[in-house]
Design a protein around this ligand. Structure first.
Ligand SMILES: NC(=O)c1ccc[n+]([C@@H]2O[C@H](COP(=O)([O-])OP(=O)(O)OC[C@H]3O[C@@H](n4cnc5c(N)ncnc54)[C@H](O)[C@@H]3O)[C@@H](O)[C@H]2O)c1
Length: 474
């Protein structure tokens, strides 16, 4: 750059820069790093904003000075007395830089953390650590592009589209059409809505539909629905022909921020939840927040319970959003969903097979799963997790682990979201303790908990002596 500007002048450099940018093939997905002056040109800016998402990376001027002094690149536009040229340029361009809707201050962020924040802004994550890396996309209106997106990651047909009757009734046809338009032959299977679909005989139906649909090892199952559809359809994909590819289109808030991520698939047994399952990540997750417009209020709240969990585990700012109640999130859900996804993705990448840190995601779930089961599924998963988090945070306080006031704070955020925080009357502590005895998180016959010390700091595999008595105290 320095050489071209010195030899031919800035105008020539900008012309060449503009034609390089606009000559990029727009059908390929890519992250393009631009210089600070590229989008001063109105045509370049319009092109960039039309074809992608622009994130403006900023930093304090002292930080920039330090970085520029040490990177060894020749920059004639800011040459001059120590830092003077840079400050002049920043002042001249300040309005321009402030005009972008996504700004990311990188002053105090190591490059890896800055990249993670940028992923949230882009709504595009690449998940590594469990088999081949795969894309998680968060894109308003994105469901319509399911066909080309599947083709772009090399997925083949025929496709069996699995949904429940509620979601399939609304979105099954347009999604099937979008797949057919991209050349995938499609057959559909609709399951009954609700947790009861996560049982062994549903699997037999699913395997049958995969056979009838003519699927082979190069074919794809597409799950369109909440966590129930994802869990059971993912399990069918994991086991059919010893494993075929599947794609998850989560349609509930809970499935977008939690169930669709991390590759866990499972069904329930009469004795407890998720007792039979395997890790089998989807090859693509495409979360379209526009589909949440038809999600019932109760389901929104359930999704918020898992978002609170992710806030407690690892994102204070996300928890602060939850303090504002449901309405602001509902009006503009994308950023909140992205932040919540990022917490889970960070953990599953660090510990894909749940040998340690990933178990933090089980906060609220040891009690929650047992409650869901003891209440015979009259409590929704998110509601049971909400109560579970409060009870487990109290356990953490009782054993001197949690910071004072944390349990009360979690409880107040959850009730502000309209979620239950106490064990419903009619559920006997004895039944609850019995259901906890079947929890998968037992080790050597002992129940283990994932408990918070403070926001952003979890302790996993915690044994709590006398948890049964503490439960009995309500
Ligand atoms: N695999 C994992 O890592 C993981 C993580 C968390 C939860 N889960 C599982 O997920 C399940 C809970 O998921 P859930 O809360 O999404 O339940 P769900 O799949 O039962 O969906 C909730 C309800 O909302 C309806 N619905 C979904 N999307 C809709 C939409 N866009 N418009 C209208 N209605 C819609 C569904 O028909 C259903 O009645 C539980 O079985 C839980 O164990 C799995």
């Amino acid at each position: 750059m320095g050489e071209i500007i010195r030899r031919d002048g800035e105008a020539v450099f900008r012309q060449r820069e503009a034609s390089a940018l606009m000559g990029l093939p727009s059908e390929d997905e890519a992250v393009i790093a631009l210089g600070g002056g590229t989008l001063l040109d109105a045509e370049c800016r319009a092109f960039a904003e039309r074809t992608g998402t622009v994130v403006c990376l900023t930093a304090r001027s002292e930080t920039l000075e330090h970085r520029l002094r040490t990177d060894g690149i020749d920059r004639p536009l800011i040459a001059g007395a120590d830092g003077e040229g840079l400050r002049r340029l920043l002042a001249k361009r300040s309005e321009h830089y402030a005009s972008f809707s996504h700004e990311l201050d990188t002053s105090d962020l190591p490059p890896q953390d800055a990249a993670r924040r940028a992923e949230i802004a882009f709504g595009a994550f690449r998940v590594r650590g469990m088999g081949p890396a795969y894309n998680v996309r968060l894109e308003p209106g994105g469901a319509a592009s399911i066909g080309p997106r599947m083709a772009s990651v090399g997925l083949g047909g025929p496709v069996v589209l699995v949904s429940d009757r509620t979601v399939g009734g609304r979105y099954g046809r347009p999604i099937a059409r979008a797949l057919e338009d991209a050349g995938f032959p499609v057959s559909q299977l609709l399951l009954p809505p609700g947790e009861t679909a996560k049982r062994p005989d549903t699997l037999a139906r699913l395997w049958r539909a995969l056979l009838d649909g003519g699927l082979d090892r190069g074919s794809t199952l597409v799950a369109l629905g909440g966590g129930v559809v994802g869990d059971v359809a993912g399990f069918a994909a994991a086991t059919f022909l010893r494993g075929i590819a599947w794609v998850d289109l989560p349609t509930s808030l809970l499935a977008m921020v939690d169930a669709s991520l991390g590759g866990k698939t499972a069904i329930d047994l009469p004795q407890g939840k998720n007792l039979v399952g395997v890790f089998h990540p989807p090859r693509l997750v495409l979360a379209d927040p526009d589909l949440l417009r038809t999600l019932p209020d109760r389901e929104w709240r359930c999704g918020m319970a898992e978002i609170v969990k992710h806030g407690v585990i690892g994102d204070e700012a996300l928890l602060a959003r939850c303090r504002g109640g449901l309405d602001p999130v509902r009006r503009d859900p994308a950023e909140t969903i992205g932040r919540a996804m990022a917490v889970k993705i960070r953990l599953i990448e660090a510990d894909p097979w749940e040998q340690g840190a990933r178990a933090a995601l089980n906060f609220g779930h040891t009690i929650g799963h047992a409650l869901e089961h003891a209440a015979r599924f009259r409590l929704r998963h998110g509601e049971a997790v909400s109560i579970g988090m409060v009870v487990e945070a109290r356990l953490a306080a009782r054993i001197g682990l949690a910071q004072a006031g944390l349990a009360e704070e979690v409880s107040s955020i959850l009730s502000g979201l309209g979620l239950p925080t106490t064990i419903p009357q009619g559920i006997r502590p004895k039944d609850l303790a019995g259901a906890i005895g079947f929890d998968k998180k037992r080790r050597n016959g002992e129940v283990r908990f994932a408990l918070p010390r403070r926001v952003g700091e979890m302790e996993v595999g915690v044994r709590v002596d006398g948890w049964q008595e503490i439960l009995g105290e309500g």
